[in-house]
Design a binder for this molecule. Sequence first.
Ligand code: ADP
Ligand code: ASP
Ligand code: MG
Length: 414
Amino acid sequence: MALIVQKYGGTSVGSIERIRNVAERVAKFKMLGHQVVVVVSAMSGETNRLIALAKEINKEPDPRELDVLVSTGEQITIALLAMALKDLGLKAKSYTGWQIPMHTDGAFNKARLESIEETAIRADLGSGHVVVVAGFQGIDSANNITTLGRGGSDTTGVALAAALHADECQIYTDVDGVYTTDPRIVPEARKLNTVTFEEMLELASLGSKVLQIRSVEFAGKYKVKLRVLSSFEDEGEGTLITFEEDSMEQPVISGIAFNRDEAKLTILGVPDKPGVAGHILAPIADANIDVDMIVQNVGHDGTTDFSFTVHRSEMQKALEVLGMVKSAIGAREVIGDDKIAKVSLVGVGMRTHAGVASRMFKALAGENINIQMISTSEIKISVVVDDKYMELAVRTLHQAFELENETAAKAAGN
Ligand code: ADP
Ligand code: ASP
Ligand code: MG
């Protein structure tokens, strides 16, 4: 007998028929003698619908009340799934986040899970129930309902698996695993049988929304056995997130991530002397704005240009801060650009293989795609390009590194 946590995303519970299918899958696992905890998202489109309603009242809805509102999406699906399970003759019980309780900090709309009360779940599992938990939500120390950020049900699933020491956490979604890139953008993308935890962490943080980044962080910290699978197929092993690297078999590049979440700020004609970067970035940090990529150009005529990226939602705030910095340091001009995209190659094989960057730049140049910024780490290379070339860049790189072909991708690593 194993204890399994299964998480079903919005599309997987998007209609009554699909909720019945989920119930049948859960029943199969029960039949095999396993204990099952199920985490569900809201029905697809529901969270967006609720946010849009809130925005009809106010463009910047009150964060506390927004969490009260959006958490109702998951309350609907837990009840419907528990009913469907009972309809199949199983014992089932639904729980909202506060009923468990799932304790979080007080950061509305992006709360972090702090601890989980397991007593009720363990008792229900012991008496043969399937426990159905609302994803994405919790309660803070002042009894406010909180939510965990978009895609947060993944994190609920993995955190529950960690707390309960589950044998496996299965993330059921509308694709049958983690692919070399989003199959919606590159139809030739290939499903990976395994991906290392480190790579998954990079892919998620660089924009692959198949798993919320915090869920991957939890999986790493608590060594949760995590698998991504399709809720629409009965067969298939999905993708296992592994903690070991098989260096012999490892392709150089495992996947490509992309996002349009960032904006670029450039400050032109900055006097080129020591301490410039600090003068520009300290006030940005003081304003609580996170900076991602940074480029300082080679100086000429005693001045230089300095660019960095921030989350797109913080561009206006950053522009205001830079306006003040400009006068203070005597720079010429400040420019904000939110028509950018970041495209990243990820692979642990990069540690042992040179030449990835040059191959990447050559492939992009071949399509006349200008690279505006570059940043690298041991296992990833990211470039910023014009937003309108993002999909072309992803397809070009997928082809250049022959990611559609497993043998070729691995051969490239030899
Ligand atoms: P759910 O509602 O089940 O949580 P999501 O929409 O959050 O599903 O995540 C699944 C989607 O992630 C897929 O439909 C796919 O378009 C997208 N995706 C992005 N990158 C990848 C990738 N590398 N592999 C698989 N899917 C990806
Ligand atoms: N329903 C929430 C969202 O749409 C949480 C999730 O689906 O994981 O972001
Ligand atoms: Mg998701």
